[in-house]
Structures are given as C-alpha cells and as structure tokens.
Write a protein that binds this ligand. Structure first.
Ligand code: PLP
Length: 454
C-alpha cells in the first residue's frame, strides 16, 4: 500500500510571538499611528501561496488573505512576472491625463463581466476601496442632481469622510470625526440569522423594502435620493448573505423612484464568492454602479468604479486621481484576472480560481456546518464560495464576542491566520488558490482550537 505524503502543516519554530516579532511589535507601537489595530502578534517576512512565514521563521496557513485581498495567494509567480515586466517599462504617467493600453484593456476586460446584451459600462480607476466608493457617490449625485444617499446598518465602505459617513458597522469609526457628510441615512440590512424589524429569515428582505418605502412617506423625499449603496453580501458587518428575494426587490424599488443602485463589491467581489461579483448569485439583478478593490490585483493598490454608460455622465475633468489606475497595479490586476478567469491555470485549482473558490468554499462550509453538532456555540455558518462567516453565540443565542476572540487567538496559536468581523464572527476569506487538502488542514486546526475552548 502506498502512503500519501502528509499535507503541509504550519510550522511553529518559536513560541508566539517569537523574539524578532516581539521586537518589531514594540518598535511599531512606538512609531506608527495609534489607530492601527493588532489583533495578534504577527509580523510577516515572506509568503508563498497560502503560507506566510513570520520574521522568526514560523510558517502559518493564511485563512484571511490580508482581508480578502490576496486572491492569488502570496508571491504568485504569474503576478510577480507581470509586475516585474511592467515596472521595467514605466511605473507612472497619470491616467487622468493620458490613456495607457494596460488600463484600457483592463477596463475592457472588467466590463465584460457585468455587461448584459445591449448594455455598455465604463470604468473609473482609483487606489483603494474608499476611493471607489467616493467616486460612486459623487457620480450618483452628479448624474441624478439629487443629494440623499441611503446605506445600511452593519455596512463598511471605508475611512474617507464620505465612506465613513456611509459606514454603519461600528461607532468607533465615526466617534470624534464629525461633522460627517450630510443627507445620509441608514436602513437595516436583511440578516436572515438575526432578522431586523421583527421579521423572520424569510420575510426580512420584504420588511427592509417596506421600511425604506415608509421612510419615503415620512422622512426622506424619494425624489431627493441619489443612490442606495449596499454590499450584496455584507463583509465587515459579519459576512452576511441576504435572502434571495431582497436584491431584486431593492432593484425594483430603485427603478420606481429613479434612484441609482450601487453595489459595493470591494470585499465579496472578484471571484471570492465563487462568481466574479457576489450580486451575480441573485437572479437577474443589475446595479447601476459597482465598486471593486481588494481582490482585484492580488494586493497591488488599485480600485475601480464601474458604471453604466448611461449613468457615467460627469463632464471631463470633474473627477480624477494622480495614481489611480497605476500601470504596475493594472498589470497585477490583469494577471489576477488571468487566474480568476482560468486563462492561466493554477496547479490543483481546476478550471479557474473562481471555480476553485466555489468548490473548495462549499467543502469548507459543509465541514463547518458538520462541526456545529460538536460545538453548539457555532450559531451560524453562512456565505458563498470563500466568503464564509462563522458566528459564535451564547447559550441564549446572543452574539458571543468574547468566545469569538478566544477562538481567533487559539487558531492563531496553532498556526492559522484568521480575522474577526461583526460582533461575534470569524471571517474565512483565504486566498482563492486554497486547495481542498489545505482547506482540510485549516479545518483540522480550527477543530483543535475549538476543542480547547470547551
Ligand atoms: C465593502 C467594502 N467597501 C469599502 C472598503 C474600503 O476599502 P479600502 O480599505 O481599500 O479603502 C472595504 C474595506 O474593508 C470594504 O470591505
């Protein structure tokens, strides 16, 4: 009988944190912004695929991909080559003033994933998710001549002034920063696990629609609303998937009132959910504007705001960015798309990284659901593809943030990099090159960590 080689495991050579990590953490605490969070002591030195090695030589399995960014893993040879080739040609000219083939072809490529027959879309490139969101809101206001924006509770849209105003997940993002943008309102997000507005998992989508229509009768004139911005699957708020009927109904509501529908795909987009965009899981829904960042270029800073041609009506010079659409980042985006679409295959990941995300993600979700029997504090397992949320609950069903924090630390101590979100959720957002075997390794570490909590 042949024995299969044991799959690669995390390798911890020092206790955590190791001495070099501790020293850098200390210097970091002296000289960097006091706003930075440090959920656990980890200082990367280098990465390869789904593995990251810290400065002390401890190698960990990456289940968070730098907050859903490192789509192709770390130092993917195809991405590295594309970056190296472009950097020797030119690193900057300024897209706001001069066209560059690499961004023209990137835009052509990106719109193909959203255009329906008879539609034409255009792309504005920025550097970060927040910038894409700012661009989306500016465009919606400019196009409609209206000012009000509706966002959702639990949402995250970034840290710039417009984006934090829209954000509805944590008050710490806003405290002490006001005044914020005027004319922004928040409505509940239809979370089937914790349905708002006294509704059920099945009725919460309709309840939110009724709530918005109610606001239009009482507080916000609908004809002053420029846009509704929403994450089709909510990220920072807890990796939440709305009920199937909600987004089609929201689209219909926007159509009734001439409101732009903006889908913020910064976290769930670019193949993470198993489709290019997470809204594509909801039959036939088409937004007017889409924001994309994070997973677009495997960690190189670039973002995009895509809009229907009929909506992108702002005049020449009205919006721009010095660095936005940087050619080196655009080269990384092309290489990332090659792998996502399957133009270039990654060994062990089937047709394309997008399909791999769907298949391996489903495996992870099935396994986690099976774990709920052993760990009753795993109240909910939800998501799509490799966008998976694991919610920790107390015996009475309320969120258990403390237990989540303890679980997160126990996983880290066993060599699994992970990240929290929401009130009591661990997000599982690994690089999309994660194989089934690597997923099984991560799940085994999770099981071991959760057993230690009992
Ligand atoms: C849905 C969503 N929108 C916008 C942003 C902001 O992106 P950035 O941090 O690149 O500005 C984030 C970041 O987490 C996000 O998750």
């Amino acid at each position: 009988m042949t024995t299969l080689p044991k799959p690669r495991q995390p390798e911890l050579k020092t206790s955590l944190p190791g001495p070099k990590t501790a020293a850098i953490m200390e210097r970091d605490s002296q000289h960097l912004s006091t706003s930075y969070m440090r959920p656990y002591p980890f200082v990367p030195d280098h990465g390869e695929g789904v593995w990251l090695t810290d400065v002390d030589g401890n190698t960990m399995l990456d289940f968070f991909a730098g907050i859903a960014v490192s789509t192709t893993g770390h130092a993917h040879p195809h991405v590295v080559k594309a970056v190296q080739e472009q950097i020797t040609k030119f690193t900057h000219v300024c897209l706001t003033d001069y066209p560059q083939e690499i961004t023209t072809s990137l835009a052509e490529r990106m719109v193909k994933h959203v255009e329906k027959p008879g539609e034409k879309w255009r792309v504005f490139f920025g550097n970060s998710g927040a910038e894409a969101v700012e661009a989306a809101v500016k465009l919606a206001r400019n196009h409609t001549g209206r000012s009000h924006i509706i966002s959702t509770i639990g949402s995250f849209h970034g840290r710039t002034y417009g984006a934090i105003t829209l954000t509805g997940s944590k008050t710490k993002y806003k405290r002490g920063f006001g005044p914020l943008l005027p004319n922004v309102s928040h409505v509940p997000y239809p979370n089937p696990f914790r349905p708002p507005l006294g509704a059920t998992a099945e009725t919460c989508g309709q309840a939110v629609i009724d709530h918005i229509e109610g606001l239009f009768q009482t507080i916000i004139p609908a004809d002053e609303v420029a846009a509704i911005i929403i994450e089709p699957m909510q990220g920072e708020g807890g990796y939440i998937v709305p009920p199937a009927d909600f987004l089609p109904k929201l689209r219909a509501l926007c159509d009734r009132h001439g409101i732009m529908l903006i889908f913020d795909e910064v976290q769930a987009g670019m193949g993470r959910s198993g489709k290019m965009y997470s809204f594509q899981h909801f039959d036939g829904v088409q937004p007017d504007i889409i924001t994309v960042a994070k997973g677009i270029a495997s960690g190189m800073p670039i973002s995009a705001m895509l809009a229907k041609e009929s909506v992108m009506t702002w005049p020449v010079g009205s919006h721009g960015s010095t660095y936005g659409g940087n050619p080196v980042a655009a080269a990384a985006a092309h290489a990332t798309l090659d792998l996502l679409e399957g133009v270039v295959k990654h060994p062990g990941c089937g047709d394309s990284l997008m399909h791999n995300a769907a298949q391996v993600g489903e495996f992870i979700m099935t396994e986690l659901k099976a774990m709920q029997a052993e760990f009753p504090f795993l109240g909910d397992v939800r998501g799509a593809g490799m966008f998976i949320g694991l919610e920790f609950v107390k015996p009475d069903g309320s969120p258990d943030g403390k237990l989540r924090d303890a679980a997160s630390m126990a996983m880290f101590e066993r060599g699994l990099l992970n990240l929290d979100c929401g009130e009591a959720v661990i997000r599982i957002s690994p690089p999309l090159i994660l194989t089934r075997e690597e997923a099984a390794t991560g799940l085994e570490i999770m099981r071991d960590a959760l057993r230690a909590l009992k």
